[in-house]
Design a protein around this ligand. Sequence first.
Ligand code: DGJ
Length: 727
Amino acid sequence: MKRIITTVIALMLMTTAMAQKTICVSTEKTDLVMQVAPNGRLYQTYLGTPLADKSEYDRLPWNVYAASDGSVCTRGHEVYATSGNEEFFEPAFAMTHADGNMTTYLYYKSHEQKSIEGGTETIIRLADNKYPVDVVLHYVAYEKENVIKAWSTITHREKRAVKLWRYASTMLYLKANDFYLTSFHSDWAREGQPFSEKLNPGKKVIDSKLGSRAAEMTEPFFQLGIGEEAMEDMGQVMLGTVGWTGNFQFTFEIDNVGALRIIPAINPYASEYSLKAGEVFTTPEFVFTLSNNGIGEASRDIHDWARRYQLNMGMEDRLTLLNNWENTGFDFDQKSLAELMKDAKDLGVDMFLLDDGWFANKYPRKDDHAGLGDWEATASKLPDGIPGMVRDAKAAGVKFGIWVEPEMVNPKSELFEKHPEWVIMQPNRDTYYYRNQLVLDLSNPEVQDYVFGVIDRIMTENPDVAYFKWDCNSPITNIYSPYLKDEQGHLYIDHVRGVYNVFSRVKAKYPNLPMMLCSGGGARMDYEALKYFSEFWCSDNTDPYERLYIQWSISKFFPAKAMGSHVTNWNKKASVKFRTDVCSSCKLGFDIDLKSLSKDEYSFLQQAVANYHRLKNVILDGDQYRLISPYEKNHCALNYVSKDKKQAVLFAYDLHPRYREPQVAVKLKGLDAKKTYLVKEINLENGKSSAAYCNGKTYSGSYLMNIGLDVLTAEEGTSHVFELIQQ
Ligand code: DGJ
């Protein structure tokens, strides 16, 4: 009897407390609900579709475990689970206090919600009751775009430094019978390879330990099917990504009540962080969206959010370009570049982009063995330096962009001779070189100044430089910072913070300067770096067949506007049209010897560039619908629709069809069913449409979406591009 009365009283107290302290982070399609329990700690009670009556959230129990003795159980899904208490799974946060105690209990203190650009920020303050440790949880909910960003800040007032050894951005719990995780494996020229699995009890960890070229082996994003495998237009799905251009970690763990715990974080590997009193440790932002209508809707929400609020110059136009890397490699001079600039103009693109190989004098950059660090134009190759190239580009009528890799150094360079102490390198072991180079120690503020100075000097001396391609070809090797001395546990974290310090100074001083983020292909694709960059290079793999797979995966998380795609000579067996049509579905560029093309191929390119310029507002700013996956079929198709649904562009590709394989019509998506559209095939070879049956005809949106167009073929390497104009 006594136990029953105690339980009833406890339940009454709980209800009162919950009614007072339910915190809801809301978008139009998602609610993340938290409650302060009678024990004063904060628990997640719900994550999913908003309930019609939000007061019902007060009915949700915070304690999710059954107490074996029938009493009120004091265990729940703690919002920022800590170590050393009754939380038996992987914690979000762990520290060793100044006195050596390794436990932390966080209690709710206060919270506030305020409007910020595009959304609402929720700030929740937690603190330990025995140690002066404060954790602030931040959430920004972008209501319209249905994206939530979450991160944390940690600080303390203990007498001496504390050691942090877990510092997650946030922690989320999902409830369903089954979870299907797709993570994206990667390597040079093999970016974004999806692998899916059903999660079972136990932990699945996806992480990187590469330091700088951080996403070379694993991408910092994932897709999660909730209840069933994620599908393009059906089912509940989460897309998540962490904004950290360094070692990241996602932990997925199913607990004993069947809930999935998701912990996105900086990878704590070799990174015990000593935090002084008063210092603030800020974690990276975890960005996620939940959809009940499959991956396609989730992607479109992320694309909208990225363009509006995260991607640098996200709402502005992009420049088409001619790059020289795949064409000339290191073999060029002032005269040959001036010719290429004229070629760029004749082709019709906006800019010429000079790649690697233009710098260093004592150890000129003839190949990848020397010169990184010495950012003076090689006088023997380019006697008039960058001013000469800007001049020649102007004379040709195109803008001028330039490649840099300022975070790196070749041991064969004047910079290395002058400042060996600026380099991450072991003092007492053999040195390992990745692409013959080493990583500068960006944890050192002097080095940050130097790297910022590389860009600043080029821009100050040549204000007409219109664009940078910022490369990063080596992971951090020989893990030792001469600057950090006995705080080596800070290296991986402070290095990345140093990189951001440089990026943000560049953006502050040159806010209208578009820049491409590149890392030996696509080893840097994350939403923190993209605050400073207008686009990224998805992969050095420009074989159009392979590229379709890579672009397919990456498009789930990033808008086409951010995805650089260049027509090159990789896989010459593929027609120039096929190669160009593949790149035209992203941010188009060229990296090819135009002189090697036939007259017909060249005039095709000129026509395709003009088409792209006319339609890039639809491709780069419209809604993307992935229609046929190359991972599932021997074909690929996608379409873009302008926000007002007046224009659309359809891309259809035949990769490796089987003999006499039946071809199913491509059904478009996102059109206005009630309106009529004129279908025009564009990017024509020799001016002839190969889809004559529908070219120039009008169809209702309803027809196009339900019956579709018969535009796939059994011919390997065939592609079609259609412009649709609402009548
Ligand atoms: C790697 C990049 O991905 C390439 O596009 C090119 O810029 C080379 N680096 C130059 O070294």
